[in-house]
Design a protein around this ligand. Structure first.
Ligand SMILES: [Cu+2]
Length: 129
């Protein structure tokens, strides 16, 4: 009993000390045309880092009509609209081993996808509490 409590306290303390790194959540692209986890849940102000662990290129592209009204549009390549991202897809590609980050300042639900593999169901969701 006592040991369990002590262990828990230690974990909590290290969590606080690592405030900087714990505010980044990682979503991977493991190579089977998915985002893992498919739904990532974070706190407002936290950052999601998408890492491409596959050997092919992907994008992270928000669905313009599946993000909160007040939210800033986001897409790998830095596009300001889904249309621009789709029109200039090669500029938004995340190469194998590369990553893309976005910080979420507005709570809500965000839908996004990979342009080349949208038809294969490569879509994901970020829930910002
Ligand atoms: Cu993809």
């Amino acid at each position: 009993m006592r040991l369990t409590t002590a262990t828990f306290a230690t974990l909590s303390t290290s969590g606080c000390l690592n405030g900087q790194s714990s505010s980044i959540q990682t979503v991977t692209m493991p190579g089977d045309l998915t985002f893992e986890p498919k739904t990532a849940t974070i706190e407002t102000g936290e950052t999601v880092k998408w890492t491409n662990e596959s050997d092919i290129e992907h994008t992270v592209t928000a669905y313009e009509d599946e993000i909160p009204d007040e939210a800033t549009y986001f897409a790998s390549g830095g596009f300001e609209s889904e249309r621009a991202a789709r029109n200039r897809v090669t500029e938004g590609l995340i190469a194998p081993g590369e990553d893309y980050e976005h910080t979420f300042d507005q709570p809500g639900t965000y839908g996004y996808f990979c342009i080349p593999h949208e038809s294969s169901g490569m879509v994901g969701t970020v829930r910002v509490k």
